[in-house]
Design a protein around this ligand. Structure first.
Ligand code: 13P
Length: 250
């Protein structure tokens, strides 16, 4: 059975002070949630304090990216080892904003994945097509390329904690959520790709999240789809009450 995972990606939002205020209220709001996993991904500067404030709760911490090396001459980057020390469990990799604004390539994302797995952290690999690609009927082809490029060369054992997040680029921050059927179509295809790579049994264990304009109003319908195992939430995770509502979807 795949345990639902609801993750909040804060992107470049919230100072240390704002993080403290958020967590003080959020941890009370989700105190009795048991049957699903809750993850918060604050910016790097707030990770340490967030880890400190979430200790003893069931809420886990994610980073929004990681470099592949433990240390070195990589100005502006953060290593998996540094994240581990801050209490991080998950690392988001290949987010569409990393790919499209900062030019991260499939090859870079594969290397980052290697670093994250090597450090014993759990990757949340983001994939998704642009509007142009969808309109050209290339959605499944793009997902196939992204999954294969990122996961080639890893064993099933390497990928035992893998989480995949399907985030159609046209749905991110636009208010245009994919329909539950669109999410299901893409995500069942991703599971098939995973089965081809690592076997059916393993693919059945991997959680596949949906991301892109998830809100309290649409989470239940999305989660009712068989291959939607959770959500990666941007804007609606910035307010603790709103995000708690999403976490507590019926
Ligand atoms: P929004 O929920 O703001 O559309 O962002 C989705 C996202 O990019 C999460 O990683």
């Amino acid at each position: 059975m795949r345990r639902p995972l609801i993750a909040g990606n804060w992107k470049m939002h919230k100072t240390v002070r704002e993080t403290l205020e958020y967590i003080k209220s959020f941890r009370e709001l989700v105190r009795d949630v048991e049957d699903r996993e809750i993850v918060l991904a604050p910016p790097f500067t707030a990770l340490w304090i967030a880890g400190h404030e979430l200790a003893g709760t069931a809420v886990r911490l994610a980073a929004q990216n990681a470099h592949w090396a433990e240390s070195g001459a990589f100005t502006g980057e953060i290593s998996p080892l540094m994240l581990k020390e801050c209490g991080v469990t998950y690392v988001i990799l290949g987010h569409s904003e990393r790919r499209h604004i900062f030019g991260e390539t499939d090859e870079m994302i594969r290397k980052r994945l290697e670093g994250v797995i090597g450090a014993g952290l759990r990757p949340i690999l983001c994939i998704g097509e642009t509007l142009e690609e969808r309109e050209a009927g290339r959605t499944l082809e793009v997902l196939g390329r992204q999954v294969q490029a990122a996961l080639q060369g890893f064993t099933r054992e390497d990928l035992r904690d893998l989480v995949v997040a399907y985030e159609p680029v046209w749905a991110i921050g636009t208010g245009k959520t994919a329909t539950p059927e669109q999410a299901q179509e893409a995500q069942s295809y991703v599971r098939k790709l995973l089965a081809d790579l690592g076997g059916k049994e393993w693919a059945q264990e991997v959680r596949i999240l949906y991301g892109g304009s998830v809100k309290p109003e649409n989470i239940s319908d999305l989660m009712s789809q068989p291959d939607v195992d959770g959500a990666l939430v941007g804007g609606a995770s910035l307010n603790p009450e709103t995000f708690a509502k999403i976490v507590k979807y019926a």
